[in-house]
Design a protein around this ligand. Sequence first.
Ligand code: NI
Length: 178
Amino acid sequence: MAILKVARLGHPVLREPALELSPEEIRSPPVRKLVEDMHATMIEYGGVGLAAPQVHESVRLAVIEFSGENERYRVDEAQPLWVVFNPRVTVLDEQTEGFWEGCLSVPGLRGWVERPRKIRVDYLDANGEPREQIAEGFLATVCQHEFDHLDGVLYVDRIADPTRLAFLEEYARYHASE
Ligand code: NI
């Protein structure tokens, strides 16, 4: 396994729409290796999700995983490793929920983003098989954040109130209790 270099805000790869992968491509050794390396990279940097464009691979793949003990986010429930190819999101509840989001491609910052609180994800799993999963709350937000990366969208694009974008230190000092 390898720790991959993470593209940062300003790198064009983060703004390109990523390409779908076929089930055959998903099962291929290079893509399996990419999934392993993305998982290792996400763990190394303490992320809760990572999308392939963030490691300079413009394909529709994201990995999501978090425990209740994540260093960067306070989360109540755990999400075991979830590998998602070619996701399609259907909003099940238009009601939004807000979180202070961060991104390994936008280091050192947090911003308040509101997104639909309940979604269905139709996707291909790590074996290229079609699946669906319902996601709510924090997991729904992580999904939408990661899948936005596949369309070249970053969470900073979705901050409705620019006064709610902060460096981590100021976030912790002035906003963490909100
Ligand atoms: Ni991100």
